[in-house]
Design a protein around this ligand. Structure first.
Ligand code: HEC
Ligand code: HEC
Ligand code: HEC
Ligand code: HEC
Ligand code: HEC
Ligand code: HEC
Ligand code: HEC
Length: 568
């Protein structure tokens, strides 16, 4: 994201205006989609003033202001953010609290209509062709109070964006969710408000992130014991079944406090509001076996012997009870080969044989593990999907090449990389692994980009002073001793704060106990001693760390090596 104050367009990534449309679709309204970083409304319709105008500035003062300019992520071109056309996006209570929602083909329309409207930015018009303020109208569109909402089929890989919106509150009156009084003032019908939001109101925003980052499913009784149990789909009585549209299970574990802080844990990546970690949160252990307020009387206690031998001191419940996933998740994000993010999913590099990733059947994939501090303060191993990331950086050695501790590697903004590559792999880069896509992996190929990155962007600014490639746990850079050639070193342990392996927590989709690791006496899942001395499926499974090494072949490591643990 772009900072507030920027010296020149070359240092500007996605600005607040872009964020409100493309990210605000899920990162909800209110706060940063209403107010600038000085606390002013981006645009105040009552006074017809931009926030900066209230502070006595003119548009000339804010041409490089991350709140008031807009740099096109496709072309890098600079323009002013037209908050006066879009309005601002306010908090949307009905996104969650609407009871009579429209859900079609598993998609919550309250969320998706709102999202498509936001994304249209300044391009939204009504039936007569007049501009409609997309950000200000998005919540209304989400409620279905319109006579026209045109959402053209988007180009492949792009999310849908609305083109025409004709707001019409009479639709709500006809449906009964808006009620007119004697003077034709409309108010919201009490029956259309629910106190306890259904899962679809969460899933409208979370589904895309959860599916892509974690291969998570919901509303799927076969692949989630809690969804099945909480909706009574796992018993013999069809009369007590709760329909997917009525399921309100998310908040059974993520309870709400008076301030809408949904209880949460301490996920590895992207955890929000760390001061609230575990507050109010019901852990697996508390529901199943605790003796406190978190105990769920319907949750069976864990009594099998496997829950002993010190196992519970080192392993989380999730490690054994979320043994694998059945839906593909994004495994690789290659931002380097073209500058346009190229994703590969688990099916490209993993298989249902944890020790033979090239086996071919991709109906399952297996996570890696990471240490995490649990609610009771004990560090345990948790399952995670490692997203393997490839990106170009600018390495500032702080004037002390021998000392890594003060080094910073800043990513090169992607619109600048794309401007350099033209959105394609550079000439001379070939497809080494035969998947039909050219990838940057050989030393000569890396050198081509490092040379190109020493050039300037369309604004005449240097792309990178000291360009490097971050890939497979290594920093790849030009060898100062042999200019024109590439060398690399492992960055873990150097103190340089960079990553190429991003662990996403896997905490949902608990499988039936028969699928748990070690079920029915399968101690050899983890202990080589119980596995005839052979490598084990759990600690010797193959985890991808680089999709294409210098020879074009994928590089894997085992959890045993990554974690430095030895299970006998
Ligand atoms: C389809 C909905 C959706 C859109 C669109 C979206 N996000 Fe998110 N994002 C989420 C959810 C949900 C989470 C947090 C929970 C999680 O990790 O699944 C999240 C988490 C994040 C995080 C925390 C780290 C991480 O990767 O989990 C960052 C940073 C982030 N989003 C930035 C953005 C930016 C920038 C954009 C726009 C370019 C954007 N998001 C668009 C849904 C979305
Ligand atoms: C992201 C979803 C979401 C949004 C948006 C949201 N709420 Fe809630 N709200 C919840 C959940 C979940 C609960 C807890 C329901 C329960 O405990 O059964 C809740 C509870 C409430 C309660 C009841 C509190 C109580 O203790 O009885 C009120 C009142 C409320 N919300 C008002 C609002 C208002 C006003 C807004 C808009 C400013 C809003 N909510 C926006 C999810 C949301
Ligand atoms: C059976 C309990 C349970 C239910 C039901 C549940 N969650 Fe979770 N959720 C968890 C646990 C456990 C974590 C991990 C907390 C930690 O230790 O960080 C988690 C984490 C999350 C996270 C952080 C990112 C992640 O996936 O790890 C999000 C977002 C989330 N849950 C959303 C939801 C939504 C939305 C629903 C309903 C569709 C839901 N949860 C239902 C237990 C549950
Ligand atoms: C408007 C979209 C939206 C809706 C609706 C929504 N969420 Fe979220 N939620 C997000 C985003 C985005 C984040 C991450 C925020 C960030 O990283 O800044 C998030 C974060 C979370 C987290 C914290 C993850 C962590 O461990 O840090 C939990 C838990 C969660 N949401 C649960 C829920 C539940 C339960 C509901 C339904 C009552 C819900 N959300 C509704 C978008 C949404
Ligand atoms: C809100 C309380 C609650 C939380 C939190 C919770 N569970 Fe459950 N769990 C239940 C209930 C209730 C059942 C269903 C019992 C039934 O079959 O009716 C269940 C079922 C199970 C089962 C199946 C048991 C069997 O005999 O078939 C397993 C395994 C399980 N949970 C593990 C976990 C794990 C792992 C976590 C943490 C990720 C967790 N639970 C979090 C309440 C909870
Ligand atoms: C080392 C792996 C492992 C860990 C860690 C683990 N479980 Fe289990 N769990 C199993 C296996 C395996 C079974 C099935 C028992 C069998 O087949 O012998 C099981 C069974 C269960 C059952 C069904 C009742 C029973 O005892 O048979 C519940 C409920 C359960 N586990 C919950 C949990 C919870 C909650 C945690 C964390 C506090 C946890 N488990 C940690 C492997 C594990
Ligand atoms: C999911 C992986 C997993 C499964 C399945 C599993 N174990 Fe373990 N076991 C571990 C780990 C990890 C440790 C801790 C090793 C350590 O601390 O170095 C451990 C420790 C032990 C210990 C204690 C060793 C000591 O030095 O204290 C015994 C005994 C043991 N396991 C027996 C079993 C038996 C018997 C089974 C089958 C019923 C089993 N384990 C299944 C992972 C597993």
């Amino acid at each position: 994201m772009a900072g507030k104050d920027n010296a020149d367009p070359s240092s500007i990534d996605k600005t607040s205006f872009y964020w409100a449309a493309k990210c605000g679709a899920c990162h909800p309204g209110g706060g940063p989609t209403e107010y600038d970083r000085d606390g002013e409304l981006y645009f105040d319709v009552t006074s017809a003033q931009f926030g900066y105008e209230k502070l006595g500035k003119t548009s000339a003062d804010v041409t490089h202001d991350g709140d008031y300019c807009m740099v096109s992520p496709t072309t890098g071109s600079l323009s002013m953010a037209a908050w006066d056309k879009t309005g601002v996006s306010e908090p949307d209570c009905l996104l969650c609290h609407r009871s009579d929602r429209t859900i079609a083909d598993g998609v919550d329309k309250t969320a998706s209509w709102r999202q498509a409207t936001l994304r249209s930015m300044t391009a939204l018009v009504d039936d007569s062709g007049e501009v409609v303020p997309a950000y200000a109208s998005a919540a209304t569109a989400g409620q279905g109070w319109w006579s026209t909402l045109e959402i053209p089929t988007p180009p492949p890989g792009k999310p849908p964006s609305a083109s025409v919106l004709q707001i019409d509150y009479s639709v709500g009156v006809a449906d009964g969710n808006l009620v007119a009084d004697a003077s034709d003032m409309l108010s919201f019908s009490g029956a259309s408000i629910t106190k306890s939001p259904v899962d679809y109101s969460c899933w409208g925003c979370h589904s895309m992130a959860e599916k892509k980052k974690r291969g998570r499913v919901w509303f799927d009784a076969d692949n989630d014991v809690h969804y099945a149990a909480f909706s009574h789909l796992d018993d013999a009585d069809p009369d007590n079944d709760v329909a997917a549209s009525d399921s309100a299970s998310c908040n059974r574990c993520h309870m709400n406090d008076d301030n809408h802080n949904f209880a949460k844990g301490n996920i590895f990546l992207g955890s929000v509001n760390d001061s609230e970690d575990y507050a109010n949160f019901r852990t697996c252990q508390e529901c199943h076996d605790g003796d406190g307020a978190g105990r769920d009387p319907e949750a069976p206690a864990y009594e099998s012997d496997i829950h002993s031998n010190g196992h519970m001191d080192v392993m989380s419940c999730e490690l054994c009870h979320i043994p694998y996933k059945v839906t593909a998740a994004q495994l690789v994000g290659d931002n380097a080969s073209t500058g346009s993010p190229k994703g590969f999913y688990t099916d490209a590099f993993l298989s249902s044989d944890p020790q033979d990733p090239s086996m071919g059947d991709a109906s399952r994939w297996y996570p890696t593990f990471r240490w995490k501090t649990d609610k009771d303060g004990v560090d345990r191993l948790y399952p995670a999907k490692g997203l393997v990331a490839l990106w170009w950086g600018d390495w500032d050695q702080g004037g002390t090449p021998a000392d890594y501790t003060d080094d910073v590697i800043e990513p090169v903004i992607l619109w600048r990389v794309r401007e350099m590559t033209g959105g394609l792999a550079l000439p001379g880069v070939v497809d080494d692994n035969g998947d039909g896509v050219a990838e940057v992996n050989t030393e000569a190929e890396i050198m081509l980009y490092l040379d190109a990155l020493k050039g300037v962007d369309g604004y005449g600014n240097l792309l990178a002073e000291n360009p490097v490639l971050i890939k497979g746990g290594q920093v790849w850079h030009e060898d100062p001793a042999n200019p024109g050639t590439v060398v690399s070193f492992e960055f873990h342990g150097t103190g340089i704060p960079v990553e190429s392996f991003l662990p996403f927590s896997l905490d949902h989709n608990v499988r039936p106990t028969g699928d748990a690791l070690g079920a029915a006496g399968a101690c050899g899942d983890c202990h080589s001693g119980f596995n005839g001395g052979l490598p084990t499926d759990v600690f010797d499974r193959e985890i991808l760390v680089d999709p294409y090494g210098v020879d074009g072949q994928p590089v894997y490591e085992t959890p045993r090596d990554m974690l430095g643990i030895s299970v006998f």
